[in-house]
Write a protein that binds this ligand. Structure first.
Ligand code: HEM
Length: 293
């Protein structure tokens, strides 16, 4: 009897693994197709990036209401902003993965591939079914899921267990490091600030961890500031500190099929490969054993 159970489990596990692999091959092939279509299509006109019929069209966003103590919020400022404007449920609870993907597509103009893949990936991390189950925003903050140490907008979870709270000092440090034209963050700026954060977190957090995988997640999250937000410090001040979409704002991605993984990954790897975790920096506190008296 146990042999039948074991064989059926192995068979079930293998089938689900293979269906996951096939589904990922499908998504990334689709993504590359959208990337090519974007190359040969006209961009959306400035002022018309948020399509008519969806919240934010013409830069008019639904009312911003900051969260109450009982609302669910996450380590992701951009998902929190969607709930703060009522584009996702204001209490941040019982959100379907599909509704989350649609809100990201409509608001930020990420490609449908991203909007399908990332929420489903999150569902997998939480061992939930992305077609039937729902998510509360706070669930997203599970430590070392996507959330990790050395973030640019949150203190590490050891120091700040409630990861929904923006760290205003870190955000100030990030935004004051902008060196691009018209007060914008550049790829190099993000690499510099990320390197500084990693060195500082390693030195001050006794349970610091950051796998290669989480480093790439970190650079992916921060790269949205360069792509979707065009690095614009004025907009990021509002988005990161208040988790509010500025009046008149629209995504800086004007491609009609949205920001694909194929296009996005170029920025992500430029940020990640530019990070020097060993550079000396007077703004970083040294660990006690390294401090010479
Ligand atoms: C279902 C989709 C998404 C999920 C599951 C997700 C998840 C997360 C998580 C867990 C974090 C915390 C990472 C950390 O510890 O640093 C985070 C941060 C962040 N996310 Fe998202 N996110 C999503 C969509 C988005 C979108 C659409 C944007 C941009 C428009 C975005 C931009 C950011 C930014 C800028 C950060 C802050 C990074 C930092 O503090 O270093 N995310 N996200």
């Amino acid at each position: 009897m146990w042999i039948i159970t074991a064989v059926s489990r192995i068979f079930g596990g293998t089938c689900s693994f293979l269906s996951g692999v096939l589904s990922n091959i499908g998504i990334f092939t689709w993504d590359f197709g959208l990337f090519l279509l974007n190359l040969v299509s006209f961009k959306r006109k400035v002022g018309k990036v948020t399509l008519s019929g969806v919240p934010g069209h013409g830069g008019v966003w639904p009312e911003y209401i900051p969260p109450t103590e009982t609302d669910s919020r996450s380590a992701c400022p951009m998902l929190n902003a969607l709930s703060n404007h009522g584009i996702l449920p204001r209490d941040g609870r019982d959100i379907s993965y599909r509704e989350m993907g649609e809100a990201i597509r409509n608001t930020y103009n990420f490609a449908p591939t991203f909007c399908l893949f990332v929420p489903s990936y999150m569902a997998g991390l939480l061992t939930r079914n992305s077609k039937k189950d729902t998510i509360n925003l706070a669930d997203i903050s599970v430590h070392n899921g996507i959330e990790h140490d050395a973030s640019l907008t949150r203190h590490d979870s050891l120091l700040q267990p409630d990861q929904s709270k923006p760290a205003l000092d870190l955000i100030d440090d990030l935004l004051s490091s902008a060196t691009g034209p018209n007060n914008t963050l550049t790829t190099h700026d993000l690499s510099v600030v990320s390197g500084r954060r990693r060195r500082e977190a390693r030195a001050t957090n006794s349970s610091f961890t950051l796998s290669t995988f989480h480093k790439v997640f970190g650079s992916s999250n921060s790269s949205t500031m360069l792509t979707i937000f065009g690095g614009r410090v004025d907009d990021l001040q509002v988005m990161l500190k208040e988790e509010r979409i500025p009046d008149g704002w629209e995504s800086r991605i004007r491609d009609p099929f949205g920001l694909t993984f194929a296009a996005f990954n170029r920025t992500v790897f430029r940020v990640e490969l530019g990070i020097d975790e060993k550079a000396k920096d007077s703004r970083v506190k040294q660990p006690e054993e390294d401090v010479k008296v």
